[in-house]
Design a protein around this ligand. Sequence first.
Ligand SMILES: Cc1ncc(COP(=O)(O)O)c(C=O)c1O
Length: 375
Amino acid sequence: MKNNITRREWLVGSSAIAGGLMLGGAATAQEMAQMMNMGAPISKDNPIRMTNNENPYGISPKVMKVIIDAYKLAHTYNFTTGRKLIKVIADIENIPENTIAVGAGSTEYLTAAGALCGIAGGDLIAAYPTYASITRSAQNFGAKLISVPVGGDMSIDLDAMRKAVTNNTKCIYLCNPNNPIPSIIEKNALEQFCLEMSKKAMIVIDEAYYEYARDPNYSTMAHLVKDNPNIVVLRTASKIHAFANVRIGFAFAHPDTLKELLKFRSNTTSYPALMGAITSYQDKEHQEFIIDKNYESMDILYKMFDDLGMRYIKSNTNFVYADAGQDAQIVHDKLLESGILIGRKFEPFTNWIRISTAKPEETEYFVKVYKRDFG
Ligand SMILES: Cc1ncc(COP(=O)(O)O)c(C=O)c1O
């Protein structure tokens, strides 16, 4: 069924105008651009970014001011601010300060853990599909990757992972919630798995989307690291704090394990980034605003999936995953013509699309375009 959606014209950017693209409904291109704070109309070259699971609101004004002010000291070396951020995180997480390390994004520690696994000459077990930083790094350092397909419900299959463990297993990577499939691992089963399997290998739990998860069956595993040198939990400021290109992330691990991971650290956090993070992590009100908006957008997307009879995975992140019923690359390319950039195609579910939440008003536009083009 095709939707007929042009009555009031909605001009969607210069290239779209040139191509005669018009949509009825909510906003003008100028309003749309203001919504995005980008000052340029939405187009193929300036799309609504529903692609990399970024925070569509950007850094909060309060944090932005702190970061800009901090640039006044950007010419100086700084060796103490990291400790202040660690204290803030320790208080929030209720874990000891000596179990926390700051980095330039969690990728630093995904890479480090992968390197440790490879150098130890062992295998890394990961779900398939999952986030690939650690698997790439481990393979770069000589590890063999053992991929364990997700279960029939598309969530990480702990029993299958358990069966995949051998004497060669050096690391097990669990992305929870997972990416690109935004499902969670049930907390009791996960804790049991971590306690049991950490006797055989290092367990790395990537909690990049932790703040968004609101399923009561979800829990962090941060409480396990203090007493267990083989459990590492990773977090990032890239998502809810919108620091994707400011670069702050964390490893939570036993001090002995942190010492090993820190050997691979690039030492590239900056004073403005650290100062911004100190303010951002303490600004609970802004975080709640971001979460509320995230789920508002998600409900708009769920409704569209229901309207169109599409299968989708209940999300505990800032992105959704749905069966488009056709090649994801075709859907991706077609949406881009209307100034919407969604996630790339992920093997092996080549008909499924990953859509990061945008602002609700942008998401309404997405729905109009999607229904017009694929409804
Ligand atoms: C699961 C997961 N882990 C880690 C990252 C990277 O985080 P960072 O920006 O902190 O390096 C991402 C980025 O999208 C992610 O999805």
